[in-house]
Design a binder for this molecule. Sequence first.
Ligand SMILES: *[C@@H]1O[C@H](CO)[C@@H](O)[C@H](O)[C@H]1NC(C)=O
Length: 519
Amino acid sequence: MLVLVLFKVTSLFLQFIIFTGDVTFSQVVNEVMRQLEGAYALIFKSPHYPNELIACKRGSTLILGVNELSGQKSGKSFNDVKALTANGKPKELFFSSDLCAIVEHTKNYLAIEDNEIVHIKDGSVSILKFDHDKEKPASVQRALSVLEMEVEQIKKGNYDHFMQKEIHEQPHSLTTTMRGRLKDGAVLLGGLKEHLKTIRRSRRVVFIGCGTSYNAALAARTFVEELTGIPVTMEVASDLLDRQGPIYREDTAVFVSQSGETADTLLALDYALENGALCVGITNTVGSTLSRRTHCGIHINAGCEIGVASTKAYTSQIVVMAMMALAIGSDQISTQARREAIISGLFSLPSNASQVLKLDSEMKELASSLIDSESLLVFGRGYNYATALEGALKVKEVALMHSEGMFAGEMKHGPLALVDENLPIIVIATRDACFSKQQSVIQQLLSRKGRLIIMCSKGDASAVNPGGSCRVIEVPKVADCLQPVINIIPLQLLAYHLTVLRGFDVDQPRNLAKSVTTQ
Ligand SMILES: *[C@@H]1O[C@H](CO)[C@@H](O)[C@H](O)[C@H]1NC(C)=O
């Protein structure tokens, strides 16, 4: 038999492996693994090997779910860890890059480790270990783990979509994020405790992330600088790698990724580790590559997020970074009163989130007035520049409408030319040190007949909109640095309703995946 395996090594080169004689499917895969570089999780099927399937991985996540081992009924939870023997005949097998995806089918799973090859043949499973120096992979024994997650957590309940459920879950997810971490006016972060001294001595903090996680870090930047006195720089993971930007031993690099498997972020982590920086991970996924490979870190504990567009993970990420800033800055006397005010603000954040969720029907109505717009601009500044970026990202990724978040301070340097009576513009003008500047931005936009939607603090409607000509969204006022957590919620609701009204898929937006495990 002759087997020809053809695969792309880079976009330029094609690689051939030619086998002659009798080869098994696992030998073919073994040879492919020998040639591959970088991170991957792959599943192979071939008409030459009917009833066989092989999966393998390196770097990326791959989960094998196993349902109904012989004699066991599905749905029953296993108290002991069962051994998955080479000849065991489980009834159903699932492969997934994310635990959340298999929980509704089974709670028994195996996290495939790097260089392991799972070979399924005629219903039986064997696990082999790839070794670069050996021609044949050796067989290994692995035990199944039991997932400690309720199926309820991944059910939609009374909601139509996961994104909707997750938006409305935020009072709860914010509570679980803070649970056990705020005590007697102090912040306790077990995962960071041993490293606080090193972080305080670092020359700068570098936040590294992609997409929503980047935006969350951006929202945190101002208060991290304020409470720690350490300069903070922002890096989009892929751009840091493209530039090979400088990272030093004296840096604290903070990696933010809700899945903990984001390929770009993990590559940036390797790069920062090579350069000797202290690496801190902030992720929603216990046991993820990010949490294993960083020196220390904080889990955001927001619960499983299934909608592709991140919502509750975003707000929890900001809260985690607020707690991180409080912990790092806890040795500074001068900011003591400020820290106490923020901690008390954190306590009332979940109930404020419940308040702002009452805007749901108002946001639906606003969405119905925007369905035919081609574009939506969002202006923010200070703490809420990140809110503008994140709000626009939500509208882009789920409602498939062009949207851009912009610095309000940059308006006169270009974007003002776009303003007319048709283009809807959201201006975030909640109370903080930038409020009067935002008031004058509103005046300038109105004098160009801009079609404005103004987000302001409760009771400020007439201050931001004296002529009464604009639509106003009033949100509860919280500590200024926590305001982004509240302000994003109406924009999440808006993006959600806009998507539903425009008839697009909310939980599976076109072309996007939940964990971006490719570069
Ligand atoms: C919202 O937060 C503010 C400031 O922390 C607090 O005074 C207020 O009581 C909170 N509102 C609710 C409904 O919890």
